[in-house]
Write a protein that binds this ligand. Structure first.
Ligand code: HXC
Length: 510
């Protein structure tokens, strides 16, 4: 018996080494952890249960029948993060470059299946040379099966992708379907076609990093959500992100003990809005001073900075925050900001996370670049996302809420549950200067008349009371009381029930 046990242990030890010590060293030399080291860091100590450790590929071409490595380049299993169940797959670059074979794909699909049955998130750690070249179409089929599993899991369980090495070709589409993508600076990249193909087809010379590095995708394309300096930091932040999420779409987000009073007043917020209504201020200050212990997990902090999105807690329960940022483009909505916020609003709605919206928006960014870029469709995405969301929605207008952007930003008319305004709010079709220029175009040569009319318009509309008189604003609140009002609002909305009409699915303007 001891012999059999020793044999098992031997097999295990050999499987644990993946592609061998030399390749593990090479992985470390690149500043990367191995697949198993990553999993160990992700889950709670001693919680990882590995499955399919001995699974091998069945390929017989190009000498592959003599080249089999237990596990076939991906580590799969379950574990806990702060005591809560998660499932994980982690591609092992030391085994055939982490490339995806038929059996490798089967392992990923198996873990996705388990996650769906047990209602818990899947974290996919990507570090792969793409489709296993020796396998051809079987590998392509494997990818498509993974995509299909990702699609069916979307909106049922949270899916997070960590890109910690190459992720190229069609392989990018699995992470792209998932809810969040984190990348590691300098050691990860994502692109559909690599620099060599780009050079051949378009004559463009570009490095891997420029084409698809963490900076490119978190600043320029918005494909990835956050970028971290190394594997350890990325994994630590993933654990933090998981703490905000329910395990599946039937659960409420987890509640955590907090030591921040629900009715804490922040007197400094009374002076947040500058006297000159065209001067910027940092919306992060309002967010941090309002949420529990100032803890805000910002998503996409470097992309479309004119809108801020992220997770926080109020009275220990997770909330999604969406906020215009007056420091960037005066807080205007544009194509990127609309797409960014729309996807986030939909995520929150899928997973029962209430949405808090802080509004200071002068409108949609004008110009040909925006119109040619499809601002009509992109803006509609955000409008649609808010309008279809059935989770509790609380809106606070701090200053400007002009034009269509007023409607879009979780207004009462899109089933906002509680719509508050600070006394500094200006809810109107547009700013007084612009409005007067249009209504009194014939008086343009009389600056004194224009100034008088501007004051008149401003006095009439640059306040929250016109909207409050109509019930579009539920209350005009003191800035320092914002936290208290949000806390009691969320408590009141705890058991909110709202259903959309039956449909197969909607047709959001993609
Ligand atoms: C089989 C692969 C592989 C692959 C890498 N390897 N990619 N084996 N299939 N796709 C193997 C290498 O042969 C090598 O084996 C080991 O992994 C490490 O690779 P290196 O090239 O030594 O590593 P590095 O220099 O870091 O370069 C990494 C790389 C490069 C940039 C990913 O390996 C590469 O360009 N690979 C091919 C990428 C590719 O074209 N994939 C197909 C994309 S198309 P040894 O034994 O020497 O250690 C695709 C379609 C998906 O994926 C479609 C889905 C719809």
């Amino acid at each position: 018996m001891q012999k059999i046990i020793d044999k098992l242990e031997e097999r295990r030890q050999s499987a644990m080494l993946g592609g061998g010590k030399k390749r593990i060293s090479s992985q470390h030399d690149k500043g990367k952890l191995t697949a198993r080291e990553r999993v160990e860091l992700l889950v709670d100590i001693d919680s990882f249960e590995e499955y399919d450790m001995f699974k091998e590929h069945r390929s017989i071409d190009f000498g592959m029948e003599k080249n089999k490595i237990a596990g076939d380049g991906v580590v799969i299993g379950s574990g806990t993060v702060n005591g809560r169940l998660i499932f994980v797959y982690s591609q092992d670059f030391t085994v055939f470059g982490g490339s995806l074979s038929e059996t490798h794909a089967e392992k990923i699909c198996k873990i996705m299946d388990m996650a769906m049955k047990n209602g818990a998130p899947v974290i996919g750690i990507n570090d792969s040379g793409g489709a296993r070249i020796q396998e051809g179409v079987s590998a392509l089929a494997g990818y498509a099966e993974v995509f299909q599993a990702n699609i069916l899991a979307s909106g049922v369980i949270p899916q997070i992708s960590l890109i910690m090495g190459p992720c190229a070709g069609g392989a990018v589409y699995s992470p792209a379907i998932t809810d969040f993508i984190f990348m590691v600076k300098d050691s990860s990249y994502m692109f559909v076609t690599g620099p060599d193909v780009v050079k051949t087809v378009t004559n463009e010379v570009v490095t891997q990093e420029e084409l698809g590095g963490a900076n490119t995708h978190t600043v320029k394309s918005g494909v990835a959500d956050n970028a971290y300096n190394n594997d350890i930091e990325a994994i630590k932040q993933t654990r933090r992100l998981i703490d905000f999420m329910p395990l599946n779409n039937k659960e409420k987000p987890p509640k955590r003990k907090v030591f921040d009073q629900h009715n804490r007043e922040e007197k400094s917020l009374d002076n947040l809005i500058p006297i000159n209504h065209n001067h910027p201020y940092d919306m992060h200050e309002l967010i941090r001073k309002t949420v529990d212990e100032g803890d805000f997990f910002e998503i996409q902090p470097s992309f479309a900075k004119n809108i801020i999105i992220g997770f926080a807690r109020i009275e220990g329960s997770a909330v999604g925050i969406v906020a215009n940022q007056p420091m960037v483009l005066a807080g205007c909505l544009d194509n990127d900001a609309s797409r960014k916020a729309a996807r986030f609003v939909r995520y929150c709605d899928c997973f029962n996370i209430p949405i808090i919206t802080f509004v200071d928006v002068p409108g949609f960014l004008p110009g040909t670049a925006q119109e040619y870029g499809g601002v009509i469709k992109h803006g509609a995405k955000l409008l649609f996302a808010y309008g279809e969301a059935t989770v509790p929605k609380i809106t606070v207008i701090t200053r400007k809420a002009y034009g269509g952007a007023y409607d879009v930003m979780a207004s009462k008319h899109l089933r906002g549950d509680l719509n508050f305004a600070w006394p500094t709010a200006e809810i109107a079709v547009m700013g007084a200067e612009g409005a007067v220029k249009i209504i009194f175009r014939d008086e343009a040569k009389h600056p004194e008349k224009i100034a008088k009319k501007t004051k008149e318009y401003s006095d009439k509309f640059a306040n929250p009371f016109v909207a409050a008189r109509r019930g579009y604003i539920d209350d005009v609140i003191m800035p320092h009381a914002t936290r208290r009002r949000l806390s009691s609002g969320l408590r009141m909305l705890k058991n909110k029930e709202l259903k959309n009409p039956w449909k197969k699915h909607d047709n959001i303007p993609l």
